[in-house]
Design a protein around this ligand. Structure first.
Ligand SMILES: Cc1ncc(COP(=O)(O)O)c(C=O)c1O
Length: 453
């Protein structure tokens, strides 16, 4: 069928392994550092927060890691996810480009986040842990982990960034439906939350500090992170592996692969299997990471060691950062309001393999609305950033009158983000300014650590 729009796989095509890009990354490995000794962290340093099997995945040098059968079984609830060709959008944009998108919004929680949530809940349950504590921005990660904990019999406690807690009350209802408890962050339940009470909108960094504190103080509780760490990138690579098969079904290869970046996990999940082909010399492709202009980590941050959280409880991670206590303005793409990014994604930006671009809130919603009017799906505010970048690529192809195959990650739907769409449609959506002054002040407070090359 020449005008096919959906490229579908069957359950037997759910990948049997995850792709570990660590051994293929260019340059020497840059390890996370212990915040006290400034020495590389060892497995024991992380054992209070994570089960050993996840720590092993975090540092694994194996190019492929087998997916445990119970996790693959759980993936069967929604995977493989569909790949679409955006034929109607192509026509509306008058572009010769072919635009494809891999849609992760068909998962129970509505995004890519359950891909790692089920893997993490499974390993923690197997290790005899009773409860997982975590943070959530827009509520996507919190609801994914709540869902995953319900599958594997774990309790789940979620610290939700204050601005999102107020904007997205039904995300809390979802978490509670799956049996989790959700708190507005900063809360008065932790030392970290009490210390940050003046930042009433909250931030991912503050919420992480609260969840890490709960896990560190309770032996039967572990911490679970929805992005940034290597094992999270690893779990998400089911997305790109399926996309490779689906692009083969479509008979095309992408020229450019685009994703939004908050902590980097959906971007890594879609791109890393393709990046590996490029790093091994088997393909040529560009990769574009899209982020908010209000929180421009990859485009404006410095490449340094910094804490993953605001209070300074985590190891020092090598990454682009705006400073661990920089509190980004409250844009609706709550999942992109993070001061740092995954070290693996940052390393690829540093090496010039991945290009980063930043977009303002109104231009991303304009792209999302146009997308919805032609393709039907209402995108989450986070992947709306990727769509903005797709529009640029499609326009460049039109101006050059060149065919171009664009693949992007539609990491989730926006059904719980309709207040943001309301504001956009009413013309009241703001483009909050990123504060140079606040960033400079936060960068002045970066921890002492060896310089990165
Ligand atoms: C739908 C969606 N996309 C993207 C992100 C950003 O996170 P990451 O960069 O880890 O994919 C989030 C975070 O909550 C999200 O909910």
């Amino acid at each position: 069928m020449s005008d096919q729009v959906k490229f579908l796989l069957s359950e037997k095509d759910i990948p049997g392994h995850w792709v570990n890009l660590l051994p293929d990354l260019p340059g020497d490995p840059v390890p996370p550092l212990h915040p006290g000794t400034k020495e590389p962290v060892g497995p024991d340093d992380l054992a209070g927060l994570f089960p050993m099997t996840l720590i092993e995945q975090e540092v694994s040098a194996e190019p492929e890691v087998e997916i445990p059968e119970p996790v693959r079984d759980a993936y069967g609830l929604w995977r493989p996810t569909p790949l679409y060709r955006a034929r109607r959008l192509e026509k509306a944009l008058g572009t010769p480009a072919h635009i494809y998108y891999k849609y992760e919004g068909t998962s129970p929680a509505g995004s890519h986040k359950p891909n790692t949530a089920v893997a993490q809940a499974y390993e923690n349950a197997r290790a005899g842990i009773r409860k997982l504590a975590t943070e959530t921005g827009a509520g996507q990660w919190g609801s994914a982990l709540a869902f995953a904990c319900s599958l594997f019999g774990l309790e789940c406690e979620v610290f939700m960034v204050g601005s999102s807690y107020d904007q997205k009350p039904y995300r809390r209802s979802m978490m509670e439906t799956w049996g989790a408890t959700a708190h507005r962050s900063p809360s008065d339940l932790t030392d970290a939350g009490r210390a940050q009470a003046e930042h009433t909108t909250g931030s991912l960094g503050i919420a992480i500090s609260e969840a890490v504190e709960v896990a560190a103080k309770n032996p039967d509780t572990n911490y679970s992170l929805g992005s940034v760490l290597n094992h999270v990138m690893l779990h998400q690579t089911v997305i790109g592996q399926e996309a490779i098969l689906q692009m083969e079904l479509a008979g095309e290869r992408p020229d450019v692969v685009i994703g939004c970046v908050g902590g980097g996990s959906n971007f890594a999940g879609l791109t890393f299997p393709f990046v590996r082909q490029v790093l091994r010399g088997d393909a040529q492709m560009r990769f574009v990471a899209a982020e908010p202009a209000a929180c421009p980590t990859l485009t404006r941050g410095v490449y340094r060691y910094d804490f993953g959280d605001t209070v300074g409880m985590t190891p020092l991670l090598p990454m682009y950062t705006l400073g661990h206590d920089f509190v980004p303005p409250p844009v609706h793409a709550g999942g992109l309001r993070y001061h740092g990014d995954a070290p693996m994604v940052c390393g690829l930006v540093r090496a010039g393999v991945v290009e980063a671009r930043a977009y303002r809130q109104n231009e991303t919603f304009a792209a999302a609305v146009e997308f919805a009017r032609h393709e039907g799906i209402i995108p989450g505010p986070e992947p709306a950033h990727a769509i903005r970048a797709v529009f640029e690529e499609a326009e460049a192809a039109r101006q050059a009158d060149q065919p171009r195959v664009i693949l992007f990650g539609l990491s989730g739907h926006g059904h719980f983000d309709l207040s943001a769409y309301d504001a956009y449609l009413a013309g009241t959506l703001e483009d909050p300014e990123f504060s140079e002054e606040d960033m400079a002040a936060a960068l002045a407070r970066l921890p002492e650590a060896p310089a990165l090359s």
